[in-house]
Structures are given as structure tokens and as C-alpha cells.
Design a binder for this molecule. Structure first.
Ligand code: IPM
Ligand code: MN
Length: 353
């Protein structure tokens, strides 16, 4: 009997649903070709549902999601909803409640894709950021006193415990080993200022590395320097591991070097549980319904999801098809500038599979 996977689909807001349709189209084609089954079930979590019902996310959502093999998400973010509500109430809540403690974000320049980095090509831009995804500044620990007065104080703490740091580092070491490219793992921190949090990260990094991953070369960069080298010498990087906030920031920089939000994919991973795959870009509401947005990020998310589910061959095939399309078809990666519609880009990739 052929394998079958149950996928929860969260198309979300804005252009999310449009790119998800193309992602699913390519996933279905790959499933047929490689002989496995994907059963999709849609959920309407997002801004429209919130405006209609007043509920951001049903309390049962996480438990419901745990029944699936994986989650395929479009985008969250609605122009009529105050920033923060949906992001915190849906995206971050799912990441936390499903304990998706890794955010895996490959920075890979596909052939034919323009990069703003001068004299750099696909041979220079091919590394992966492992972002810790449930701790640090995102835990929401903090508060105000004397709010609204001139003496107001606001605190938001960067919180990490050893276990959290250790499980993220171990994932990064394992990932570097499995990737087997340059066998080099860089820790991105700020040990010169954040002398507690990143001291913990740095000590754990070297202890674990020395003990269990001695063949992996260890490097350390401050976050500001990381940004500089990501622009000047991206070819130095193989895998970068970092905390939640720094990971958020450097992956937007990484995304723009690989051609922008139309192409950058990521996975919120719980190695022992249910993972959720989502494009790094947002819901781009002004392009909604115009059929001009680039679906390659969603399609690449599909490839990451299949790889995670163990369908490595199918994942590789999708990636090859994407590269063939970027190298030979698309003029540009931006919305409305590709030379093809959203639907056509999905078709082009699917045809090649
Ligand atoms: C991301 C986003 C989110 C984050 C926001 C929308 C909460 O920027 O996935 O990178 O900060 O993690
Ligand atoms: Mn971000």
C-alpha cells in the first residue's frame, strides 16, 4: 500500500490562499509521480475569520493540528486587523503550543534569480539558518510600570534556559552533519553585550560540539558582523545557528539576498512532533486576487515539507523543477514582474515534475 500523509492547510490572509493553491498543485503532482498520497484538510484561521467571529484561534486548534502529519501555511496578516493580534494569536501561538522549537530557513540563490549582492551567484549563496523558535525575546516575559507617565518603564526579557539552547544547538549540529556540505556551524550571537544569554549559548555550543560533533568546525560571529558577512562573503557560511530575535532579523536579510520574499521558504519544526511550513514573506494584501504574486516560496515550502516527511526524492525533484523555472523562464521574482501569472508559475513547476 502506498504511503499517505494528512496535511492541515492554513491558507490564511491576503495572497496566502493563492500561493497555497500553487503549492498544493505541485505537491499533488509530486505525490502522483512518486507514488504517495496527500490528504489535504483546510482551516480558515486568519484575519477574515477573526473579523467575522471575533475569535483569533479556537482553543482546540493546536490539539486538532497534532492529528496531522504536517501543516502547510500560506500567510497571516490582514490590513484591517491591528498588527500583532494575528501574528501573536495564530502564528506565534501555534509555534509555541506545538513546540516548534526550530525555524529552518535555507538561504539559497537559485540559478537565474537576481540578487542585490554584487558579483555573487548561486555558488556563493547557499547556506541554512537554524533559528531558535520558541524562546528568547519572543516568550513575552516583561511588562510596564507607570504606563503613560513620564516615568514609564518597559521591560521585555531575552529568556533562555540550558535545555532550550541545547536542543536547538543539537538540531543544528545534526543538520550540519546530515547536510554534509562544508561541515561548518556558525553561532551568531552578541557575547560582547548580552553577556548572560549568549554566554550560555556560546558555552553550550562549544561543550556540545567538542563532545559529540568534533568533526563539525565551529565558528562564532556577533550578530552585527554576521549581517556584514552575509552581504560581503555569504560563501563563508554553511549553517548558522542563532536565537529567536537575531534569527528573525538575519533571515529577512538572507531572504533578500536570495531574491526576496517571493522565493524564501521556511519550516517551523518540532523534530518530535508536528511541523508547519510557511513562506518567510507576509500576506502582501495589496496584490490579493490579482494572480501576480510569486508562488515559488510556497512551492519551496512544499519541498521542505516532503523532505521532512521522508519523501526526499520528491522534495529534490520539486527543487530541481523550481531551479529549471528560475533559470529558464522567469524574468524577475517580484509580484507582477515575473512575466507569468501566479497560476502559470505553478503550472510551469508542475509540468517539469
Ligand atoms: C517571521 C515573522 C514573525 C516573527 C512575525 C510575523 C511574528 O516576522 O516569521 O519571521 O517575528 O517570527
Ligand atoms: Mn520575520
Amino acid at each position: 500500500m502506498s504511503k499517505s500523509y494528512n496535511i492541515a492547510v492554513l491558507p490564511g490572509d491576503g495572497t496566502g490562499p493563492e500561493v497555497v493553491i500553487e503549492g498544493k498543485k505541485v505537491l499533488k503532482t509530486a505525490a502522483d509521480k512518486f507514488g504517495f498520497k496527500l490528504n489535504f484538510e483546510e482551516f480558515d484561521f486568519g484575519g477574515d475569520r477573526y473579523l467575522r467571529t471575533g475569535e483569533v484561534l479556537p482553543d482546540s486548534a493546536s490539539e486538532e493540528m497534532k492529528k496531522f502529519d504536517s501543516i502547510f501555511l500560506g500567510a497571516i496578516g490582514h490590513p484591517d486587523v491591528k498588527p500583532g493580534i494575528l501574528e501573536k494569536g495564530i502564528l506565534l501561538r501555534l509555534r509555541f503550543e506545538l513546540d516548534q522549537y526550530i525555524n529552518l530557513r535555507p538561504v539559497k540563490l537559485y540559478p537565474g534569480v537576481p540578487t542585490p549582492l554584487k558579483d555573487k551567484g548561486p555558488e556563493h549563496i547557499d547556506y541554512v539558518v537554524v533559528r531558535e523558535n520558541t524562546g528568547g525575546l519572543y516568550t513575552g516575559i516583561g511588562g510596564f510600570t507607570m504606563k503613560g507617565t513620564p516615568d514609564e518603564v518597559a521591560v521585555q526579557s531575552m529568556v533562555y534556559n540550558r535545555k532550550q539552547v541545547e536542543r536547538c544547538l543539537r538540531y543544528a549540529f545534526e543538520y550540519t552533519r546530515k547536510r554534509n556540505k562544508n561541515n561548518k556551524l556558525a553561532l551568531c550571537g552578541k557575547t560582547n553585550v548580552l553577556t548572560y544569554t549568549y554566554d550560555l549559548w556560546e558555552r553550550a555550543f562549544h561543550e556540545i560540539g567538542q563532545k559529540d560533533y568534533s568533526e563539525i568546525k565551529r565558528e562564532y560571529y556577533h550578530v552585527d558582523a554576521t549581517c556584514m558577512w552575509m552581504v560581503k562573503n555569504p560563501e563563508w557560511f554553511d549553517v548558522i545557528v542563532t536565537g529567536n530575535m537575531f534569527g528573525d532579523i538575519i533571515t529577512d536579510l538572507g531572504a533578500i539576498t536570495q531574491g526576496g520574499m517571493g522565493i524564501a521558504a521556511g519550516g517551523n519544526i518540532n523534530p518530535e512532533g508536528v511541523s508547519m511550513f510557511e513562506p518567510i514573506g507576509g500576506s502582501a494584501p495589496k496584490y490579493t486576487g490579482k494572480n501576480v504574486i510569486n508562488p515559488l516560496a510556497s512551492i519551496a515550502c512544499g519541498a521542505m515539507m516532503l523532505d521532512h516527511l521522508g519523501e526526499e526524492e520528491a522534495a529534490l525533484k520539486i527543487e530541481e523543477a523550481i531551479m529549471d523555472v528560475t533559470a529558464n523562464k522567469l524574468k524577475d521574482m517580484g509580484a507582477g514582474r515575473m512575466g507569468y501569472s501566479t497560476t502559470e508559475v505553478g503550472d510551469l513547476v508542475a509540468e517539469r515534475i
